[in-house]
Write a protein that binds this ligand. Structure first.
Ligand SMILES: *Cc1c(COP(=O)(O)O)cnc(C)c1O
Length: 394
């Protein structure tokens, strides 16, 4: 059968039809354990018994109404995000790239407001910020950029976890206005920014009057065991783009801003049709409420611990195992060879996961995963990786 879809994805040869908790079924009735969570989106797993009735209620009341009107549900979710982050104001959109695009606009206008005509933003190698022209330009992956030049200018790219490089830029480049990075790089292979580096970046931004903009689209919303991954470093960003896990599957994005960034955008500067619609807001409000009610951050920390212990025990001594990285339920297992073939093998063994940066097995399960499911995940994953390393070459 000819497909009428643009050929943008390498897709596995089965379709998912429904799910419950951490399990999903395909159209042939085969069950899978969900170690991917729709790429860090399905915070509450599938068909969560508290989320489903809330969304059904909302669909029956009001899905969308435009930003022409007062927005009490946006106010409610914004207040909650500010309470959890210690920041002050929120703009709602629908995706991660959109949140990042807005952050980049804030940084540029922040510069213009200070009389800098050609503002520049520090970004990082191996970063991923999305696939619009501006966000792919900020992304540090030539494969994402190939074919889409000319890229947007005004980015200075550095190596992650190196403050000296940032200080050198501060000395030599008066046009810099912001540092933009993922607190933990996701698509780049689960590469955490070190805690001391985050603290150093905060200090440099304070000294230089730059904005610290932390892309928490993948690592935020409880996944690491705190609401936001940067909270492990005891710092606050000036701008924090969010998306993925915030709506448990309903498309939603948000830019959360602190005192120095919250008033940069003024009437007429920014907007979006779908952003902040009542369905997305309800999904966000209920997701955060259920996470609190059910203690899902503590669960993410504990289950992440259990998963990492099992991986270390089962795989840590194998010659092809290089390193495990990440925090909570954001885990990368780097092998010494490309392992894309594991995607289908894992699915055939009943486990959904992803492979990123060619050599990294990435696990991003729903935050509701329990101990029995973690053990089941390990019981599938460990022999699979052992066999793969035994039967292939670096
Ligand atoms: C997924 C992701 C994005 C892009 O989000 P989309 O919703 O796909 O546009 C941006 N930044 C990070 C860190 C991501 O993981």
């Amino acid at each position: 059968m000819t497909s009428h879809l643009m050929n943008t994805y390498g897709r596995l040869p089965f379709a998912l039809s429904h799910g419950r908790g951490c399990r999903v079924w395909d159209t042939d009735g085969r069950a899978y354990l969900d170690g991917l969570g729709g790429i860090a989106v399905n915070t509450l797993g599938h068909a969560h018994p508290k989320l489903v009735p809330a969304l059904q209620d909302q669909v029956a009341k009001l899905i969308h109404c435009s930003n022409y009107y007062a927005a009490p549900m946006q106010e409610a979710l914004a207040a909650k995000l500010c309470e959890l982050s210690g920041l002050d104001a929120v703009f709602f959109c629908s995706t991660g790239l959109e949140a990042n695009e807005g952050a980049l606009k804030i940084a540029r206008k922040f510069g213009h407001d200070r009389g800098i005509d050609k503002p520049e933003i520090i970004v990082y190698e191996h970063a991923f910020h999305g696939r619009s022209i501006a966000t792919l330009s900020a992304t540090g992956n030539p494969k994402v950029q190939a074919g889409f030049g000319p890229l947007v200018e005004g980015f200075v790219r550095l190596a992650l976890n190196d403050l000296d490089q940032v200080r050198a830029v501060a000395r030599s480049n008066p046009n810099v206005v912001a540092i933009f990075l993922e607190t933990i790089q996701g698509e780049g292979g689960i590469n955490p920014t070190r805690i001391d580096i985050l603290q150093g970046l905060r200090q440099i931004c304070d000294e230089q009057d730059w904005l610290l903009m932390l892309d928490e689209v993948q690592c935020g919303i409880g996944r690491t065991g705190k609401w936001f991954a940067h909270q492990w470093a005891g710092i606050k960003p000036d701008v924090m783009p969010l998306a993925k896990g915030l709506g448990s599957g309903v498309p939603i994005g948000a830019i959360v801003a602190g005192p120095r960034a919250k008033d940069v955008l003024q009437p007429g500067n920014h907007g979006t049709t779908f952003g902040g619609n009542p369905l997305a807001m309800r999904a966000g409000i209920e997701t955060l409420r259920i996470m609190e009610e059910d203690g899902l951050m503590a669960n993410a920390a504990a289950m992440g611990e259990r998963l990492r212990a099992g991986i270390t025990e089962g795989l840590g001594q194998l010659p092809g195992f290089k390193e495990m990285r990440g925090q909570g339920l954001m885990i990368g297992i780097e092998l010494d060879r490309p392992c894309g073939a594991l995607l289908l093998k894992a699915a055939q063994a009943g486990l959904l996961l992803s492979i990123t940066a060619d050599t990294v097995i990435r696990l991003l399960p729903p935050l509701i995963i329990d101990a029995a499911e973690v053990d089941e995940l390990l019981a599938i994953l460990v022999p699979l990786v052992r066999d793969f390393l035994g039967a292939s070459h670096p």
